[in-house]
Ligand binder design. Structure first.
Ligand code: FPP
Length: 236
């Protein structure tokens, strides 16, 4: 058995392929999202098991509003129901649930469910589970710039450190590893600022089929990477 020695602190996941999973089975797309929830559950369990400190799941992008109204409504109601249903369970597991994105544009019932789990789990010290909902990397940078201007900073004071402080969750470290399922090899507006030096792992597995075995494959692949952050690695 191979040994896991280097573990990413923060993993981001682009959960892709729900629609294709359903189409392959002649089911409506929403059946793929429903099954995707099971993969979310398994992945959260894996993240706890392998001591990941931050897990960000790309759940709804600022571009996803282009989808049919029925699919969007289904997704929001699925999120709302599962947040309420799993709240206590997440809390018992010492998981702190957080959200990233333009929350104010979401339906009020979903916002209430988000606030409920956020408050319930706010003092927990285990896994930070972040759902990116109505999230876009460009929107996040724009929203940050607006706040910087409102706060009265002068142009000479603006630098990368300041910009980082004005992102949605400034205390969350940048992702070490970004996983995308379903064979697509794109960033799709996910954590644009924060992924400057992230490692990427792409798998053809569709999101509803993603499980602990696949999660571990990504972890083993990650530990082979030599991270240089733009510098060089000196041999001693
Ligand atoms: C991508 O598949 C998946 C999504 C856009 C939604 C994923 C969201 C969840 C699984 C819910 C998250 C849960 C909570 C509790 C917040 P796709 O539809 O783009 O698949 P396709 O590319 O095959 O069409």
């Amino acid at each position: 058995m191979k040994e896991l020695k280097i573990i990413p602190v923060h993993i981001g996941i682009i959960m892709d392929g729900n629609g294709r999973w359903a189409e392959k089975r002649n089911l409506p797309r929403i059946a793929g999202h429903q099954e995707g929830i099971e993969a979310v559950r398994r992945t959260v369990q894996s993240a706890v098991k392998y001591n990941i400190k931050y897990l960000t799941l790309y759940s709804f992008s600022t571009e996803n509003w282009k989808r049919p109204k029925e699919e969007i409504e289904f997704l929001f109601s699925l999120m709302e129901k599962n947040l309420i249903k799993e709240g206590e369970n997440l809390h018992k597991n010492n998981i702190r649930v957080r959200f990233s994105g333009r929350r104010w544009e979401l339906p009020s019932k979903l916002i209430e469910a988000m606030e409920y789990v956020e408050n319930l789990t706010k003092n927990n010290t285990g896994l930070n589970l972040i759902f990116a909902i109505n999230y876009g990397g460009r929107a996040e940078i724009i929203d940050g710039i607006k706040e910087i201007i409102k706060s009265g900073y002068r142009s000479e004071e603006i630098n990368e450190e300041l910009m980082s402080k004005f992102l949605y969750l400034p205390d969350v470290p940048e992702p070490d590893l970004i996983i995308r399922t379903s064979g697509e090899k794109r960033i799709s507006n996910f954590l644009l600022w924060q992924s400057a030096y992230s490692e990427f792992y792409f798998t053809p597995v569709l999101w509803p089929d993603f499980d602990e075995k696949e999660f571990l494959k990504a972890l083993f692949d990650y530990q082979k990477r030599k991270r240089k952050f733009g510098g060089v690695i000196y041999k001693k």
